[in-house]
Design a protein around this ligand. Structure first.
Ligand code: MTE
Ligand code: MO
Length: 328
């Protein structure tokens, strides 16, 4: 048997990461892809490369305002290539806009103007932030993180945002605060996704939660952008949670409310089925999902076409050095 040593993130050479020019020239890159396609709007759009066709509406949805941020050198490389922006932006989970993966177009209905995030509950300084306040209050940085869905697909995404611990420092939770809950935008006129799943009535709005120590961990991150730009709607604009050691469902999109609590809050998927979606939801190759193994994952990689690379699942998605101490 060959034992393959998995290198630590900081041992990976720079060249594995996608060159910055790919996404800092995003507008030009996307426009080139669109320009290359004749009748591009009806073409299948997975795995596009320069010179191939891409849906021009998809390109538009990803063509958000530029957002420059210094890469945080601690989280600037991982052991696999960055997922193509085009792949990441057309293969999403966002139940508010449908139960399939192709929700990018429906998600464009999300009204992000004049966004407000209410921070409330057991804190000394409750405050409602608009997007401008957030950007003025919290210095942003870029972090390249592995991303793992409980369904076993995985990607690598360059997120832009700020650590959750910065928000904790600003609002000062009281001694009674032990948990936090995140509530996503919901308006049944606009978020037209399913009302039922697995035979259960879905407990809208989407909520997620963490223990306060988890939120205070270095890795816990609020993203307001990705790939050098403001967050596209399909990825959870204008602000979403990113928790790279946990399954993707923990990372609530389009956060409208953040509440500090003394007891564990009910959360969306956990309420529907606590065995399939446990509250902790740490990536763990040795703990199978009731309906499938979690020993390996399907890494979505460059085409032509949608290509899945099977890889072993890493405990804590490869971030054990940062978080294992939270679970002793
Ligand atoms: N509000 C909300 N947030 C959500 C979801 C959702 O359905 N609604 N899906 C989750 C799941 S299951 C995953 S895997 C990720 C997907 O993020 P991405 O589409 O940006 O890759 O978002 C998470 N956040
Ligand atoms: Mo997921």
């Amino acid at each position: 048997m060959t034992i393959i040593r998995v290198p630590k993130s900081w041992e990976i050479p720079e060249q594995e990461a996608t060159p910055e020019s790919v996404y800092f020239n995003r507008r030009r890159f996307l426009k080139t892809l669109v320009g290359a396609g004749v009748g591009a709007t009806i073409m299948p759009i997975v795995g596009c490369k320069q010179g191939e066709q891409v849906n021009s509406k998809l390109a538009d949805s990803l063509d958000t305002a530029s957002l420059a941020a210094e890469p945080n050198s601690t989280f600037s490389t991982v052991d696999r290539p960055t997922t193509d922006i085009i792949l990441a932006g057309q293969y999403n989970n966002y139940y508010e806009f449908g139960s399939g993966k192709s929700i990018w177009q429906a998600a464009q209905a999300l009204p992000t103007e004049d966004w407000k995030v209410e921070v409330t509950g057991l804190v000394k300084n409750p405050r409602t932030y608009d997007l401008d306040d957030l950007q003025k209050t919290f210095p942003i940085e870029e972090r390249l993180y592995r991303f793992r869905c409980v369904e076993a697909w995985s990607m690598v995404i360059p997120w832009i945002g700020f650590p959750m611990k910065s928000l904790i420092a600003a609002v000062e939770p009281t001694d009674n605060a032990k948990f936090v809950s995140f509530t996503s935008y919901y308006d049944k006129e606009i978020t037209v996704g399913p009302l039922w799943s697995l035979g259960k009535k879905l407990p809208w709005p989407y909520t997620e939660g963490l223990r306060l120590e988890e939120m205070a961990n270095d890795l816990a991150f609020f993203a307001i952008g990705n790939y050098g730009h403001m967050l596209p709607k399909q990825h959870g604009a204008p602000i979403r949670a990113v928790l790279p050691w946990k399954y993707g469902f923990k990372g609530a999109k389009a956060i409208a409310k953040i509440e500090f609590l003394d007891t564990q809050p009910p959360t969306f998927w956990n309420t529907i089925d606590s065995h399939e979606y446990d509250f902790e939801a740490n990536v763990n190759p040795n703990k199978p999902h009731p309906r499938w193994s979690q020993a390996s994952e399907k890494f979505i990689s460059k085409g032509p076409g949608l290509k899945w690379e099977k890889r072993p699942t890493l405990p804590y998605n490869g971030y054990g050095d940062y978080v294992a101490n939270l679970y002793v």
